[in-house]
Design a protein around this ligand. Structure first.
Ligand code: AKB
Length: 342
């Protein structure tokens, strides 16, 4: 009996998952298996060979994936984001770390059955960093992957743990076993900055202030930003984030010198975001009402990252800089979205 050969996307209903499924489907040569806790929108489900509503913590579901599908690539996007994770740290750990471990085990098993390496793409985050003070954040400059790996959030700890687990599975898995079977998992991770989409509004994240501000203005609703005006973190347009994931996924193994890469595109302050939003929506009602606990989290994230390794080793080249992101992607996209009543 032959199993269906697919690329697995977990968290397929999420912000990045939806964009990734659409891009993979456009290629025409990829059979997608989409997995999410909730059923996909019918329009997105139609793009997939199969879609399953299920929990990555469900062992039986992992068995089912193993027996029904032959998986070459896993994009493991399912996660609980940083703000939500602080309310339920234990659940966040289960989903973010145990869930990833389940998928890494699935990748090992798959590789053993079909005899090829399974590429495992993992979205890590700037939350993996933890700068010790605002003063350090302001003076550190663009930080590289090996600096300040001391996150203060459960989500950041989870992301950093998963980066290490992925590196272990790829390079050292069962290192005392006497057989010389290949490890089977080719793990690659990107530390994403905050992401902004013209189509979706995120939920549960701490970088959400920028997309929330924009979407509230487009809907004609007032918005009180939960961080100070001078708060600066890196951001990227969603299509560039999806492109980066695909780009890293396609890079030849020989080109890659590390398992984890920073990426970035622009790094505005919250005030600069508000000014851009106001230029497009002059009647937007925006104010700043910092929420101290959430502010403290963002204050530990870098002002900007050094993404030189990604540019040099696998050709990261975001299409949208700060101006193009608003002028050519966000503003036209968002006007269309709300005009169509989506
Ligand atoms: C969050 O805010 O939790 C995410 C992230 C920065 O990874 N958007």
């Amino acid at each position: 009996m032959s199993r269906k050969r697919v690329v697995l996307v977990t968290g397929a209903r999420g912000e990045m998952g939806t964009g990734l499924v659409e891009r993979l489907a456009q290629r025409g040569d990829t059979q997608i298996l989409a997995l999410d806790l909730q059923p996909l929108d019918p329009g997105v489900a139609r793009l997939c060979r199969a879609s399953i509503a299920g929990d990555i913590l469900d062992g039986r579901l992992m068995e089912r994936l193993q027996s029904e599908f032959e998986i070459d690539v896993i994009y493991h996007l399912a996660a609980i984001l940083s703000t939500r994770a602080e309310f339920s740290p234990r659940i966040a750990h289960d989903v973010n770390v145990q869930g990833t471990l389940n998928l890494l085990d699935l990748a090992v098993e798959q590789s053993r059955w079909h005899g090829r390496e399974v590429r495992f793409l993992f979205p890590s985050s700037i939350a993996a960093y933890g700068l010790p003070s605002l003063e350090t954040k302001r003076t550190a400059g663009r930080i590289d992957e090996d600096q300040f790996n001391t996150p203060t959030t459960m989500y950041g700890c989870n992301k950093l743990s998963c980066e290490h687990l992925g590196r272990y599975y790829a390079r050292h898995y069962r290192q005392l076993a006497r057989d010389d079977r290949p490890k089977g998992v080719d793990f690659r991770a990107i530390r994403f900055p905050g992401l902004i989409s013209a189509v979706t509004v995120p939920s549960g994240g701490t970088s959400d202030f920028a997309p929330e501000m924009l979407h509230a203005a487009a809907r004609g609703e007032p918005y009180a930003c939960f961080v100070r005006e001078d708060t600066r973190i890196p951001f990227m347009a969603m299509p560039d984030a999806v492109d980066a994931l695909l780009g890293l996924g396609e890079a030849p193994s020989e080109a890659l010198q590390r398992p984890v890469y920073n990426i970035g595109a622009f790094a505005p302050t919250a005030l600069e975001v508000a000014e851009k939003v106001r230029a497009a929506f002059p009647s937007a009602e925006m104010s700043f009402a910092p929420d101290e606990p959430r502010q403290r989290i963002v204050d530990t994230w870098p002002e900007d990252v050094d993404d030189g390794h990604a540019r040099a080793e696998w050709g990261l080249a975001p299409r949208y800089d700060w101006d193009r992101c608003f002028d050519e992607y966000l503003i036209p996209g968002i006007r269309k979205r709300y005009a169509e009543g989506r």
